[in-house]
Design a protein around this ligand. Structure first.
Ligand SMILES: NC(=O)C1=CN([C@@H]2O[C@H](COP(=O)(O)OP(=O)(O)OC[C@H]3O[C@@H](n4cnc5c(N)ncnc54)[C@H](O)[C@@H]3O)[C@@H](O)[C@H]2O)C=CC1
Ligand SMILES: O=C(O)C(=O)COP(=O)(O)O
Length: 617
């Protein structure tokens, strides 16, 4: 893999975050060991995200000759739909059945996808809603072997709980170099002169070019590629300005670039180079109105996406002489029509979407995406997520035990509700010694939502679709952060989960506010249940739990313990919370095995027990 430039590597460290996305197959979050970063990935210093272990036996959909390997049962299946570098394929094959089927029609892709756990594409494959629907829920990861994810329907992916990852860093330099190559080639008519000479002409006066030194280059989209282009253009002696509503002025200044308004970029540039993603707000950003503002004789370079330019308007601007020349790597429709006026225009230099196509970049991209996809499928921390909240790596490792606590509290709270279907409002309170802005709760909220929804439905919930699923089921999850005394070293003192306006199977779980209430803390890295309703308890949240409300009197622990002992059910812990001596108490009993119905009935028949409930953590 090509070594990234120091700047690119630095950007990767600061901009890529990690997310924990627990297994679909299992209801519990990935074990803590899964939070470790694989050595290779750690070396590569990339962000991670994880999805799950294989849910279903893998089936081969291999089509020879590229995918002739025999499918191994139990391994996930990864469909590679576009050409991927050998090193990436080798990494994938260590872990999965890899089906390399290039050039599939949309129908063929839909037919195959229900047999695949992951799909890897480049820019040539449209992964629309139809693909997610056709997958029947099996597809868990879409890996985009490159940066732009405009060919993937992110909303549909999210609704289907399918993680989308991309390879955000490995082709940055290649795209920047291609932008510079196009700019130089355009300014000196390299492509046109080459074609002319090969056609037998010696046209020295026709192909007089323009110089770059001293000219103003406006970069639109000052991200990874845009800033690498800026660096190189400065080396060519250009005056570089940039427009990017989200870029930091300090970062721009550090490489000698002024951030300017769109208006200023349009009106002052001799060259305009496009490096923003294609989104609804960048679609046709360069249109008649924009061209009308530009300096006469401006030159345009586009290695971003064809759709950011209104191509008909560009033809008009070229014909009117507003735009002297354009150099384009990308087109609204790829490949463009054979008779495209734009492509055939004599002042336009074109390449067939080659920005990322260097040997080095393709090797790097292949490794980057293979690591992201396998990491996600393994349920480990994997690569950069596009449709899930990203949590910085250091925050993730700090939050890991709270992630487990959050899901268990959600799961516990919903089991305390009598008839889980009517849940409309879940209130979560996070208590911390830290300032509210220092606590990123998206991951915790997703896990609580997962814990609440999964026991009462057949949908699987993960970080990708948690908010969507809650909304779809009409469940409002509200959050409150309270600051309390404690150590700022600890991210959270406790998490409280409340379910409003419901009846409880265990009425003692309803606190004064009328909400089913459970509260927990992390102690020595282990989640503990510390409150049920108004009663304080202290039990580690493992295995299963019996909650009893009883009259506080001697012998209760023994009575329940001996009923469980008769059936050989091992008690892992016990905790009693009471309001006052000899009044009502709550006993929380952790059990390693699930007691039979008879045993539970016997517990209910112990005279001082007023109510009890059996809960799976
Ligand atoms: N031709 C090719 O083969 C390649 C094309 N690309 C394209 O280049 C794009 C940029 O790639 P990276 O720099 O890696 O992404 P990036 O995410 O690092 O940078 C994109 C920048 O665009 C900015 N932006 C968003 N909306 C904007 C707007 N309305 N006006 C101005 N700036 C805006 C963002 O703030 C961000 O700084 C990709 O989205 C992809 O479409 C990337 C690699 C290869
Ligand atoms: O990474 C990107 O955004 C690209 O446009 C590269 O596309 P490709 O993987 O070469 O089809």
């Amino acid at each position: 893999m090509a070594a990234p430039s120091p700047t690119t590597a630095a950007a990767a460290i600061t901009t890529h975050h990690r997310v924990l996305l627990p297994a679909r197959a299992s209801l519990s979050p990935a074990p803590s060991s899964a939070l470790r970063i694989p050595a290779r990935a750690a070396r590569a210093n990339r962000g991670r995200i994880c999805v799950s272990a294989p849910a279903a036996p893998a089936a081969s959909t291999a089509s020879p000759p590229a995918s002739a390997a025999v499918a191994v049962e139990g391994k996930p299946t990864v469909l590679v739909a576009e050409k991927l570098g050998a090193a990436g394929l080798a990494l994938l094959r260590e872990f999965a059945n890899v089906d390399c089927s290039y050039g599939l029609s949309p129908e063929e892709l839909r037919a195959k996808i229900s047999l695949c756990d992951a799909l890897i594409v480049r820019s040539g494959t449209k992964v629309g809603r139809d693909v997610f629907e056709a997958s029947g829920g099996r597809l868990r990861v879409v890996g985009r072997a490159g940066v732009g994810i405009d060919n993937v329907d992110l909303a549909a992916a999210t609704e289907h709980g399918c993680l989308v990852v991309n390879a955000p860093t490995a082709n940055t330099v290649a795209a920047a170099e291609h932008g510079i190559a196009l700019m130089c080639a355009m300014a000196r008519n390299v492509a046109q002169a080459d074609a002319s000479l090969k056609a037998g002409k010696w046209a020295r006066t026709k192909y007089v070019g323009v110089s770059l030194v001293g000219k103003t280059l406006a970069i639109l989209g000052f991200g990874k590629v845009g800033s690498e282009v800026a660096r190189r253009a400065k080396g060519l002696g250009m005056h570089v300005i940039a427009h990017d509503p989200y870029a930091s002025a300090d970062r721009a200044r550090a490489i000698g670039v002024d951030l300017v308004s769109m208006e200023e970029a349009m009106t002052t540039a001799d060259f305009i180079s496009l490096h923003m993603p294609l989104t609804p707000s960048t679609n046709k950003m360069l249109n008649d109105e924009a061209f009308a503002k530009m300096k006469k004789g401006v030159r345009i370079i586009n290695v971003a996406r064809g759709g950011v330019i209104d191509e008909d308007a560009l033809v008009r601007a070229l014909d009117a002489g507003i735009v002297a020349q354009a150099a384009l790597d990308v087109f609204t429709k790829e490949p463009p029509a054979a008779d495209s006026k734009l492509v055939l225009h004599e002042n336009v230099t074109v390449t067939p979407h080659l920005g990322a196509s260097t040997v080095e970049a393709q090797e790097g991209v292949a490794i980057e995406i293979a690591e992201a996809v396998t990491g996600a499928l393994k349920g480990e921390l994997a690569a950069s997520a596009v449709n899930a909240p990203m949590v910085p790596a250091e925050v993730l490792s700090e939050l890991a035990p709270y992630v487990v606590l959050a899901e268990k509290l959600g799961r516990l709270a919903v089991q305390l509700v009598a008839g889980g279907g009517g849940i409309k409002s879940v209130k979560v309170t996070y208590a911390s010694a830290r300032a509210p802005d220092d606590l990123d709760t998206r991951l915790l909220r997703a896990m609580i939502t997962k814990g609440v929804i999964e026991p009462i439905s057949d949908v699987f919930v993960n970080l990708v679709n948690a908010d969507f699923t809650a909304k779809q089921r009409g469940i409002r999850v509200s959050e409150e952060k309270i600051v309390m005394d404690g150590s700022p070293e600890t991210p959270l003192e406790y998490i409280q989960v409340q379910i409003a306006n419901v009846e409880s199977k265990f009425p003692s779980a309803i606190c004064d506010s009328g909400f089913v209430t459970v509260e927990g803390r992390v102690k020595d890295g282990i989640p503990h249940l510390t409150k049920v309703g108004a009663f304080e308890v202290d039990v580690s949240m493992e295995g299963s739990l019996i909650l009893c409300r009883q009259v506080d009197q001697p012998g209760m622990i023994g009575s329940v313990g001996s009923v469980l002992g008769e059936e050989n059910v091992n008690v892992s812990f016990m905790s009693v919370g009471r309001i006052a001596p000899r009044k009502t108490a709550i006993m929380a009993i952790g059990v390693d095995e699930e007691p039979s119905k008879t045993t539970l009935t016997k517990i209910g028949e112990i005279p001082a027990i007023e109510e009890f409930v059996f809960l799976k953590l």
